[in-house]
Design a protein around this ligand. Structure first.
Ligand SMILES: [Ca+2]
Ligand SMILES: [Ca+2]
Length: 243
């Protein structure tokens, strides 16, 4: 047990040291490639703030097949930048016992996009990827009016923490205003949280134990195996974020 805890503490120290220069992002984009050259970035940057950073936060380009973007309105939630749909939204680092949410993220197609279904893709950046000790979650917050066969509002997906591409197929919508598209939130969870509720408790422990020795679902160290090192990290974080 002592070995478990000390290795976990060493890893947590590494994670904290990394926080000082938190620089990572998740790529996201409209389209089957998900994350080609048109991908946007949601993440943290050493010079980033949670407000508008003119050198880091950029609106999307127009005239593409479709869009995935964070909407910010000047004067709302402390946003001092221009009102726009942002392709890149980089912020300050996220302490290991805290979460951060990007929302609203809208996804919609241009009026010249013809297929009946469209793809929303997400992927950790191959080089500047978030720590494998953190889980990312995508939640569907609203479905455009009149759309049938979409996933239920409130559906939450755990995003890959390795380099895998996450692709979500949706019935195509071509609204004149992107705010009438699909609305999502994207969140990075605290270390140890596997369920996405920001609290590290028995439910997370249960998920880790179910994965112990058999899958990467409880892997925090990034070696693809769920073992005692991962258990140590969860136990060290146990209770964080819980009321
Ligand atoms: Ca949890
Ligand atoms: Ca592991």
């Amino acid at each position: 047990m002592r070995a478990i805890v000390s290795s976990a503490l060493a890893l947590l120290c590494l994670a904290q040291a990394a926080l000082a220069s938190d620089y990572w992002f998740y790529r996201y984009a409209f389209g089957p490639e998900g994350c080609g050259c048109n991908a946007g970035h949601l993440g943290a940057h050493p010079a980033g703030t949670d407000d508008y950073d003119p050198a880091l936060d950029f609106p999307f380009f127009s005239q593409e097949e479709g869009y995935a973007a964070v909407y910010h309105e000047q004067g709302v939630n402390g946003w001092t930048g221009p009102t726009d749909f942002y392709r890149h939204d980089l912020r300050s680092g996220v302490p290991i016992d805290q979460s951060k949410t990007w929302e609203p993220v809208y996804v919609w197609a241009s009026d010249f996009f013809e297929p009946e279904t469209m793809i929303f893709g997400m992927q950790p950046h191959p080089n500047l990827h978030p720590s494998t000790s953190r889980r990312w979650f995508l939640t569907l917050e609203a479905v455009p009016q009149g759309v049938l066969n979409a996933p239920a509002v409130g559906t939450r997906w755990m995003l890959p923490s390795n380099y895998d591409l996450f692709l979500l197929e949706l019935p195509t919508v071509r609204p004149a205003d992107g705010r009438d598209g699909y609305r999502f939130s994207v969140k990075i969870a605290p270390v140890g949280d596997l369920t996405g509720d920001d609290c590290v408790d028995q439910a997370d422990l249960g998920q880790l134990l179910a994965a112990y020795g058999v899958s990467a679902n409880g892997d925090f160290t990034g070696d693809g195996i769920t073992d005692q090192a991962d258990l140590g990290i969860l136990l060290s974080a146990y209770g964080n974020g819980c009321e």
